[in-house]
Design a protein around this ligand. Sequence first.
Ligand SMILES: Nc1ncnc2c1ncn2[C@@H]1O[C@H](COP(=O)(O)OP(=O)(O)OP(=O)(O)O)[C@@H](O)[C@H]1O
Ligand SMILES: [Mg+2]
Length: 375
Amino acid sequence: MATVTYDKATRVYPGGDKPAVDKLDIEIADGEFLVLVGPSGCGKSTSLRMLAGLEDVNEGSIRIGDRDVTHLPPKDRDIAMVFQNYALYPHMTVADNMGFALKIAGVPKAEIRKKVEDAAKILDLTEFLSRKPKALSGGQRQRVAMGRAIVREPQVFLMDEPLSNLDAKLRVQTRTQIAGLQRRLGITTVYVTHDQVEAMTMGDRVAVLKDGLLQQVDSPRNMYDRPANLFVAGFIGSPAMNLVEVPITDGGVKFGNSVVPVERDALKAAADKGDSTVTVGVRPEHFDLVNGDGDESKKLAKGESAGVAVTVNVVEELGADGYIYGTADLGGETRDLVVRVSGRNVPEKGSTVHIVPRGGETHVFSTSSGERLSD
Ligand SMILES: Nc1ncnc2c1ncn2[C@@H]1O[C@H](COP(=O)(O)OP(=O)(O)OP(=O)(O)O)[C@@H](O)[C@H]1O
Ligand SMILES: [Mg+2]
């Protein structure tokens, strides 16, 4: 068991004009499940491979526990990696695949057999031990790849998009199994995915990368509730947060007729930068319908504004919920908005609804730097 520390770790590929991973700083706790997430090319696999010893670290260092592993060969790091394509040996049985690394390490046969059988039990693979990989489903192969990592009892598991070859349903099942298994084994795990839903459901904490730069490391809850900048705000959450650029007014910012209170200091900071606007973020589920006649509608209090009129262009009914994709006139410009509504009360395409952002559920960002201004 061990902690993992990236200490300003940088990777510049030969011939590259900028780092693929730029001064990465993360401290991963013993037993923690940390997910690296971000768009294609942001440096997730490079970060993982640096920890594995498959990629040089050009600056900074990486530690596992209190061992500096920055320049250790992969085999001396006490890690086990699960790749996207599993890389199982086709001519070997499941049992031999799982035990191969131990055999190479000279572990006695009986001991290998015991470890493989124990891992197979955990992974529900006992009945497949004498089969070849080609006679297994994708999900079963994925579990064999996990088994191969487990039998080595490493200090750290590294996984690079291990579920991307599975179909949607199996991916959901398997991600629950992996997360559950990791918790039971308590082995520190760094897991790479480009899928923000996977990141949010599996990770104790999530690290968002963009262009080789760490944007935020946080629990899924904080990441969702308090995204540190515009990039994270737009990346985490599906459908994405509505982000609308609005003028700064005295004591707050205006979203349609609603004034969203923002601390004076934050507004001053934006104004000092020479910004005349800020960007307001509202998640689709944080609008209330007003003036309607369904159960969802909030009755208008005296003097309350009627909200922003949204023309409904597309309606997505998902059973429990529905999403409205519409347009609204905000500050003289037409904006696209996504609004979540109850699945029992979905407005019709072409109709108009009125919405107000729910108090305390709005986010304010600097338009120029992207950084979060609201609390
Ligand atoms: N061997 C290499 N030589 C040069 N550049 C590389 C090499 N491997 C990756 N890169 C570059 O480094 C950057 C980060 O790549 P990386 O594979 O870490 O991205 P990623 O986040 O894993 O993306 P994906 O989600 O597509 O797997 C990219 O711009 C990529 O083109
Ligand atoms: Mg990758």
